[in-house]
Design a binder for this molecule. Structure first.
Ligand code: FAD
Length: 456
């Protein structure tokens, strides 16, 4: 008998519960990936290139036996199953709004062929953690207490590798959708991290060796390599959070703090599962009437923010890091989001869309809710009146100005730009001519944001 293993956001061979479920039911397995235009179109060139690279790495790990087809999964997956005489199709469950709907359609179209969901991209199944009365949590801390109780047997890594299944040669299939090559990478104007499971493992092992123990102290420093950079690998499942959790054990502050971040990832997936509309609208509709700018002048402000020429060095460094590396440090994601909403009075979803266009780790649940957190409109949000100061954020978290120097060449070697001064170049006797003055007065715009809030 044959089982189809349909890979989606789980492009790895280790820690793969689908392999174990398939092996239980069938002597051989067909590895399948579907290039689905509905998902590929909005992914943009950066994530598409990373996906293709991850697929090539997976194909290598499977000895060249990954079948890639193109089309609507509800049409092509049943055809593939038929062409190889499969009795079951195996997936890690998807919980995003589109993924849920797609999987229901595929399951229906499969008819008698069993559709088996094993695990998910998360440590806890989205929707499974509720208050005792069945209501969803809207605040992180009580959610995280319940979440911690669930860790244990179900979150141990599955013991699998490429040899767990006997892989069918895809050219042995009898008809069905045409096999295609993984397409060539689209042109990318950023330095992407290395893709694939092996790269994920190496990156993770280096982080555990060098940074995990002081993660709690260093995680807020954009000028230091103190975070794991696992977000893109978690997004594509080139590593599962179970594997990370297995190393981030114990009561050390670094490991405890790291587990807390993995919990945030689960929390936002839960929130999206319960409230899919929060991907597009204010989670808290109380904020819908707040006055936001969207005229031509607002568009120009938005462009200056996108291009990293606001005149606030830390904000500009971060926006240029996003362009250059397709990634931005978490502390700076919060700072630039606050700046867009509170200093520029623009809609958070403009910023969220820009992030989704450029981030290689762009993830609907974490991104939209991260934005709503910063905008003050989301679950468990920062209170609206808490406005980040773009200068003090830089001074506190990039105290020597190294982050700014790295990303804003205009400020890299101006005389007298030591430490603090790099964050306020307008105070120099001779401010660098090619770097803009601050586009807004933070104090005045902060007050403007509060006035708009109070007018609600
Ligand atoms: P680490 O500090 O090493 O954290 C480890 C893992 O924990 C991360 O890989 C991530 O999976 C998870 N994590 C950490 N912080 C958060 C958080 N605040 N929310 C949810 N999960 C978290 N993360 C994304 O993966 N994709 C996004 O599109 C995204 N957009 C964001 C937008 C805004 C406005 C904000 C404030 C945050 C966003 N985040 C997003 C969360 C966070 O910034 C990134 O996960 C983190 O910077 C990734 O770097 P890292 O892997 O080195 O993180």
């Amino acid at each position: 008998e044959t089982a189809v293993i349909w890979f989606r956001r789980d492009l790895r061979v280790r820690d793969q519960p689908t392999f174990l479920a398939a092996k239980e039911r069938a002597g051989r397995a067909l590895a399948l990936f579907v290039l689905d235009p509905t998902l590929l179109e909005p992914a943009g060139p950066r994530r598409t290139a990373f996906l293709y690279r991850s697929l090539r790495a997976l194909d290598d790990d499977l000895g060249g036996r990954l079948l890639v087809v193109k089309g609507d999964p509800a049409e092509v997956v049943p055809k593939v199953a038929k062409a190889v005489g499969a009795n079951s199709v195996h997936v890690a469950a998807d919980f995003g709004p589109y993924g849920r709907q797609r999987d229901e359609a595929v399951e229906k179209a499969l008819g008698d062929v069993e559709f088996v969901r094993s695990g998910s991209p998360y440590l806890t199944v989205p929707g499974s953690i509720t208050k005792s009365d069945g209501d969803p949590y809207k605040v992180f801390t009580p959610f995280s207490r319940e979440w911690a109780k669930r860790l244990g047997k179900d979150t141990e890594p599955a013991d699998t590798d490429a040899k767990t299944c006997t892989w069918m040669d895809p050219s042995d299939k009898d008809g069905g959708p045409r096999a295609v090559k993984v397409p060539d990478d689209p042109k990318v104007d950023a330095e992407l991290p290395e893709a694939g499971e092996k790269a994920a493992r190496e990156q993770w092992e280096a982080f555990v060796d060098e940074h995990l123990s002081d993660y709690d102290e260093m995680r807020d420093r954009p000028d230091r390599p103190g975070t794991s950079r696992m977000s893109v690998h978690l997004k594509y499942g080139t590593v599962h959070p179970r594997t990370l959790l297995a190393d981030a054990t114990g009561n050390g502050q670094g490991a405890t703090s790291f587990r807390n971040e993995l919990c945030f990832r689960d929390f936002y997936a839960h929130v999206l599962w319960w409230f899919p509309r929060s991907a597009r609208e204010n989670f808290d509709p109380k904020f819908d009437p707040i006055k936001l700018d969207s005229n031509k002048e607002a568009r120009q402000r938005f462009e200056a923010w996108q291009e990293g020429r606001t005149g606030y060095p830390a904000i500009d460094a971060a926006m240029r890091q996003l362009r250059g590396e397709a990634w931005m440090h978490n502390r700076m994601r919060m700072a630039v989001a606050s700046f867009l909403v509170k200093d520029l009075h623009l809609p958070w979803w403009w910023g969220a869309t820009h992030f989704m266009n450029l981030l290689v780790d762009g993830d609907l649940a974490s991104n939209q809710h991260g934005w709503q957190w910063a905008a003050g409109t989301g679950t468990d949000a920062a209170p609206y009146f808490r406005v980040f100061n773009p200068v003090t954020q830089g001074e506190r978290f990039d105290p020597q100005g190294d982050y700014v120097r790295q990303w804003v060449p205009e400020l890299a070697d101006v005389d007298g730009l030591d430490g603090k001064k790099v964050h306020q170049p307008w105070k120099l006797d001779e401010p660098p001519a090619d770097y803009p003055a601050p586009m807004v007065d933070h104090k005045a715009e902060r007050q403007e944001a509060l006035d708009r809030f109070n007018a609600l």
